[in-house]
Structures are given as structure tokens and as C-alpha cells.
Design a protein around this ligand. Structure first.
Ligand code: AMP
Length: 502
């Protein structure tokens, strides 16, 4: 039987020991041979603790080369890798451990006690420097025996669960199969013309598809070196860019680079490809970037549930403000509310079908069924239109999701926290355009008549309860929220009203 475990595919692509991954500014270097050995040793340690294929392993650790080894270790052993944003705090973590029922948690030492309280499963630790109770079990072996450790999986077996969410505020675990990862990785490798000599500068978080799948997988499929920075820092990116050929970022990365006067053509002299996604890239940013560096950013579009769906071409015209045509093997349909395809240049709901589309939401068969149409197309929740050349533009989201700095923020979750502050009557959370973050989380609050709340009180309360990226950047007070006849808060009215004020 063919082995569809994605690690098996990666293994076939490792060229030799010369390619490496490094963290920081090249202090630690690993060859692909090291990746092979360390991931096998980690898999062995976890298996020795009784973890079996199909078991969920929650990983909430700082980005480091070792955290990447944990990911590959889980893949090769057939464990379901479940990364969590390091910013998540207690009440968020509580939900994930209850829903996912992990067999093992690997977390930062600072969170060990918390996880021990919240779960019954074993908890291992790993800090940003690779230290902790995670102790890979070494064994003497040859390259062949290490490769032989790879568990056999069907294409349909779950490789990773990534939590996404709905505006109802309850996060959903997207089950992503080994087959999904292989299909999307190989498609992008071809579409973006990866070639010998490519070097990836990796500055994205690896708890999200963008940094974990799109960036990491493509470098590995090409057996390319990765310059692995543990976070996005404009100065560090500018210092490393001359040694790279490929950079993948969220729009905020590009505006931050442009804000730095030392970012210029010379810095980008060896670059072949810049890509952008996870949030809209403003036409203005695309043009400024071209003027400054001579490079046109390749904007692409994807989501947790589907991987990458569309991309502007590497060889053809890159149209600013569009996300390009569907990738090979991906079918896109734009439909009206009766599920009929709309004409060119008309806006509708964007649906996607292909080998890249996920299996469904973890333990939510009802929700999964709702999100697919009778022909098996997945409803992305994005509103889009297509032009005469087949290029898709995203017009907005039919849910009220806010994307701030490339990260999803769900208004309902923040509203529920604000509503619990003494003196708050009700609240509405919206995203308003922000040149730096794409959208800034903004709270509109109605307070009780005798209360005397201010912006600082609301923000400091949010800071103690939620991950930083969800904390409101602006707070406005109003005497009542605008509502339609059905009693629903009209967030579009609020957006119009407060976009000018921020
Ligand atoms: P996530 O699941 O976190 O990757 O978020 C997916 C959502 O991000 C999509 O449904 C889109 O709304 C948005 N998104 C991704 N790429 C782009 C893009 N290039 N332009 C605009 N929105 C995007």
C-alpha cells in the first residue's frame, strides 16, 4: 500500500545533508539529516509515553528550530499535530483541551502548571531555546532505519488540526489530512516555480497555515535552506534578506518594511519572490513596494480549511487588488443566495472544491455538512468577484471576522468579555481600516447611566483576559447601538461612523 504520510513525501525530497535550517542569525544550524534524526527521536519519545497514531498532541510553544522538529516528529509518527497560538490564555486553552482531548501536551515551561490543572494527559515542556522535559530518545541507526520509522497513512487520515472560528465565537478544529497537505504543497511548489538555489526567509508564526504549511512545506519540498527567524522584526528581516531568494509575509510585514528607510533595492538584490496573504494587500502597498524594490508582490488567497486557493502568477501578470486565478486543481465558484453562479464582475459567495479542501470540523459533523454545498463545494464565507481574465478579487467577508495583523479576531468573543465589565450595558466590536494592522480591533460601548468608564479601563481589562492581538486598539462610547428592524446591531453603520475617527 502506498504511504500517503506527508513526511514520506518530504523524505523523498531531502537532497542531502547540505541544506539547513537555522534560527536567529545563523547561530544554530541543522541539516535535513538532523531534521530526519531529531524528528525520529522525538517521535520515539512520544511513542514511548503511549501516544498512538491518531492521538492529538497539543503544542503551544515559542517558535524555534526544535518546535519544527516536534512538528515533523508528530507527522512521521501519525500523531495529529495541534498547534496553538502562544498568545492564548487560560480560558481559551481550557476550551481547546476540552474539545480536542489531547493524549499529550507540549507547552512552554511557564504554562506547565496550568496545563496540568486543565488536563489529565502528560505534559512535556519546551522553551524557545529548545530546553525542557522534551527529551528526544536517541538510538543508533542508519538513514534507512530512520526513514523506515514513518507510519503508513491513508491520504484521508488527519495530519493536523488547526482551530479556526465562527462569529458565534466557538472555535472549530479544522481537520487537515495528509492528502490535503501533499496536494496543496505540490501545487504551490510548481506554481511559484521553486528551483534549485532557493532560500526561504521564514519570519511567520508556525501555529497558522501560512507559516506552518505554505512557508515551511515549500522549503522542505525543495530541500531548501530556511533562515528561520523566531519572529517578525523589520531590522532582522532586512539584515537577512540579502541571503534569501523567497520571502512570504502578511501585508503588515510589508508596510513595516516600507516604513524602514534602509529597506531598498540593494537589500532585495538576490530576491526572486515575495508573496503576501492572510489579509488584503492594499494596492497602495503593492505599488510602493514595486517602486522601492522593483519587485511585484505575488498576492495569494487561502484559509485554514482549504489551504491555498488562488494565486497571482509568477510568470504572468500580477494584478494588484486581486488574489489571482484559482490554482491548478482548485475549482472556484461565485454564487448568489440560490447557489447559482453569478456573472463576471458580480459579487457573490466564494465556494471552493479540490484535493486541498479539508475533511471537516473536529466533532462537528452538523457544522461540516452546513458548510458544503450539494456538489461538494466548501463555502468560504468570503465575498468575491471574478474579472474577464479569471482573476478573483475578495470584496469582504460575509461574517464579521476582523483580521488584524494577519490574525483572525472574532468580535463576539471580545464583546462577551467587555459585557462582563461592571458598568457596561452592551458592546459591539468591529474592525476599522488601519494602515499598519490592516484592520484595528475597535470596541463601541454603551455604559450604564451612573458608570464612568473610559478607554483605559476597557483596554486594561481586555489585556488581562485575552491574547494581545484581540485587545481593542480603540474604544468609543455611545448612548445606544444602531439596530435594524430585526433588532440586529448594524455593524456597517458603526464601521462607517468610526472609520473616520480613529
Ligand atoms: P485563516 O483561516 O486564518 O487563514 O483566514 C482565512 C481568511 O483570511 C480568508 O477566508 C480570507 O477572508 C482572508 N484572506 C486570506 N488571504 C487573503 C487575501 N490575500 N486577501 C484578503 N483576505 C484574505
Amino acid at each position: 500500500m502506498a504511504n500517503h504520510n506527508i513526511y514520506h513525501l518530504f523524505r523523498q525530497r531531502f537532497a542531502d545533508e547540505s541544506a539547513f535550517i537555522c534560527t536567529g542569525q545563523g547561530e544554530v544550524q541543522y541539516t535535513y539529516g538532523d531534521l530526519e534524526r531529531l524528528s525520529a527521536e522525538i517521535a520515539r519519545q512520544l511513542a514511548s509515553m503511549g501516544i498512538n497514531p491518531g492521538d492529538r498532541v497539543i503544542v503551544q510553544v515559542e517558535k524555534s528550530a526544535m518546535s519544527l522538529m516536534v512538528y515533523f516528529g508528530c507527522l512521521r509518527a501519525g500523531f495529529v499535530y495541534l498547534p496553538l497560538n502562544t498568545a492564548y490564555q487560560r480560558h481559551e486553552i481550557e476550551y481547546f483541551v476540552t474539545d480536542a482531548e489531547p493524549a499529550l501536551v507540549i507547552c512552554d515551561p511557564a504554562n506547565e502548571e496550568l496545563y496540568q490543572k486543565l488536563t489529565r494527559c502528560p505534559v512535556l515542556t519546551l522553551d524557545g531555546e529548545g530546553r525542557g522535559s522534551l527529551q528526544p530518545i536517541p538510538e543508533s541507526y542508519t538513514a534507512d532505519t530512520v526513514a523506515g520509522d514513518i507510519v503508513t497513512n491513508d491520504a484521508d487520515d488527519i495530519a493536523v488540526i488547526l482551530y479556526t472560528s465562527g462569529t458565534t465565537g466557538q472555535p472549530k478544529g479544522a481537520m487537515i489530512s495528509h492528502g490535503n497537505l501533499a496536494a496543496n504543497g505540490l501545487t504551490l511548489h510548481e506554481a511559484w516555480r521553486w528551483q534549485p538555489g532557493d532560500i526561504l526567509l521564514h519570519a511567520l508564526p508556525i501555529f497558522h497555515i501560512h507559516g506552518l504549511f505554505v512557508a515551511t512545506h515549500l522549503a522542505v519540498l525543495n530541500s531548501s535552506p530556511m533562515l528561520f527567524l523566531n519572529r517578525f522584526d523589520p531590522a532582522a528581516v532586512i539584515a537577512a534578506l540579502p541571503n534569501a531568494t523567497v520571502y512570504m509575509g502578511v501585508p503588515t510585514n510589508y508596510t513595516r518594511l516600507l516604513a524602514n528607510s534602509s529597506f531598498d533595492k540593494q537589500v532585495c538584490r538576490n530576491m526572486r519572490l515575495f508573496t503576501s496573504g492572510s489579509a488584503p494587500l492594499l494596492v497602495q502597498t503593492f505599488k510602493e513596494f514595486e517602486a522601492r524594490t522593483g519587485h511585484c508582490i505575488v498576492e495569494r488567497y487561502g484559509m485554514t480549511e482549504t489551504g491555498m486557493n488562488t494565486s497571482n502568477p509568477v510568470d504572468g501578470q500580477r494584478k494588484p487588488g486581486t488574489v489571482g486565478p484559482p490554482l491548478p486543481g482548485v475549482e472556484a465558484r461565485i454564487v448568489d443566495s440560490s447557489n447559482h453562479q453569478v456573472p463576471v464582475l458580480e459579487t457573490g459567495d466564494l465556494l471552493i472544491r479540490g484535493a486541498n479542501v479539508f475533511k471537516g470540523y473536529w466533532r462537528k459533523p452538523g457544522k461540516t455538512a452546513q458548510e458544503f454545498d450539494p456538489d461538494g463545494f466548501f463555502r468560504t464565507g468570503d465575498l468575491a468577484l471574478v474579472d474577464e481574465d479569471g482573476y478573483i478579487s475578495l470584496v469582504g467577508r460575509n461574517k464579521d471576522l476582523i483580521i488584524s495583523g494577519g490574525l483572525n479576531v472574532y468580535p463576539k468573543e471580545i464583546e462577551s468579555v467587555i459585557d462582563q465589565i461592571p458598568g457596561v450595558m452592551e458592546s459591539a466590536v468591529i474592525g476599522i481600516p488601519d494602515t499598519d494592522f490592516g484592520e484595528a480591533v475597535t470596541a463601541v460601548v454603551v455604559q450604564d447611566q451612573d458608570a464612568s468608564l473610559d478607554e483605559a479601563i476597557i483596554i486594561s481589562h481586555l489585556k488581562t483576559t485575552l491574547a494581545n492581538f484581540k485587545v481593542a486598539k480603540h474604544v468609543f462610547f455611545v448612548t445606544e447601538l444602531p439596530r435594524n428592524t430585526m433588532g440586529k446591531v448594524q455593524k456597517n453603520v458603526l464601521r462607517d461612523q468610526f472609520s473616520q475617527h480613529a
